[in-house]
Design a protein around this ligand. Structure first.
Ligand SMILES: [Mg+2]
Length: 327
């Protein structure tokens, strides 16, 4: 098994997703009575053990596209092929798709069919703030490895374009930027706590410099102006709104000390269990490393060989073969 920071991130993400799938939409109260402590079978989507969902599928579509370089048209085609031809599905069919994502992919089909590829860059001007589900946050992590070290302004432009393919509003893009900036500090060797502190400074300055409206910035004030770690569990929301998923994920990572503890905390918050655990799982995998992910969980992952193969192709393309965070 090749072990580098790409593998641990991608496997960490898929394992988190698969832990969450059987209990998606379950309430926190019901999970308190019967908490998830291991990989389960069936449940909400009637899928066998180790089945990951749209979160992992779209992440791997993005990663596979990036293996051939950055191209919005190619990323769009992969998303379309996932919905229409079931590429990167665990069992050859799509069993879970967000409303906004489905609508957006139909729009991508129109753009690709008319060959107006430049329109992909205009999607970000859609300013409907009620399209801010967590559907771009859950699949954005591969961008970390191609944007590392670039200026935050350049990073934001790319992140917004890629988010816009399904989630065009600036709030989703800022959510993805916060997540990826936090992840970049971890990739640079910082602890989770240090990464959180550094991210807050960097993002606050960026939002000010770029003159982001107070209205928009205020949505992130619990993350940027307070210490999200200190929130009581009862104030942590774990539904499908991008800001809530980001808050819940940071809260889980800051309040735990191992991969398993972090992803299980995410799942047991309830509601959008698979996505919270996907967002947590990528960072926990990156930070704690592959050896800290329980072997039996990795073993149970559907199509794990495909995920390892993709991770290694991606690591080779972007020079991360020797990147080990905590071997
Ligand atoms: Mg899902």
């Amino acid at each position: 098994m090749k072990n580098n920071c790409i593998t641990s991130t991608f496997i960490g993400l898929a394992v988190g997703d698969a832990l969450g799938v059987p209990v998606e939409f379950r309430s926190r109260e019901s999970l308190k009575l019967n908490p998830v402590v291991d990989m389960r079978s069936f449940g909400t989507h009637e899928q066998p053990k180790g089945t990951w969902s749209d979160d992992s599928s779209l992440t791997f579509c993005l990663a596979e596209s990036l293996c051939n370089g950055y191209d919005l048209k190619d990323i769009s085609i992969k998303f379309i092929q996932w919905m229409g031809e079931q590429i990167w599905t665990p069992h050859g069919y799509v069993f879970d798709i967000g409303i906004q994502t489905r609508k957006a992919i139909y729009q991508l089909i129109d753009i690709i069919n008319t060959k107006e590829y430049e329109d992909l860059k205009l999607l970000k001007y859609n300013d409907n703030e009620y399209t801010n589900g967590n559907g771009s946050l859950m699949r954005i992590i591969p961008l970390l490895f191609i944007l590392k070290g670039k200026s935050i302004l350049d990073q934001f432009e790319t992140i917004w374009h890629v988010s816009s393919l399904t989630h065009p509003h600036i709030r989703s893009a800022i959510g993805c930027l916060i997540y990826l900036n936090f992840a970049e500090h971890i990739l640079n060797g910082n602890s989770i706590k240090e990464a959180y502190v550094k991210m807050k400074t960097k993002i606050s300055k960026f939002l000010k410099d770029r003159k982001i409206s107070e209205y928009e910035r205020n949505h992130f004030s619990r993350i940027l102006d307070k210490n999200i770690k200190e929130l009581k569990e009862s104030s942590v929301n774990s539904g499908g709104y991008v800001v809530h998923t980001l808050e819940a994920s940071l809260w889980c990572l800051l309040n735990t000390n191992s991969y398993s503890e972090a992803v299980l905390k995410a799942v047991n918050l309830g509601d959008d269990t698979d996505t919270t655990a996907t967002v947590v799982g990528a960072i926990a995998g990156l930070y704690y490393g592959l050896n800290e992910i329980p072997k039996e969980w990795i073993e149970s992952l559907v199509k794990k060989e495909d995920i390892f193969y993709l991770s290694n192709r991606f690591a080779k393309k972007y020079g991360y073969e020797m990147c080990h965070n905590k071997p």
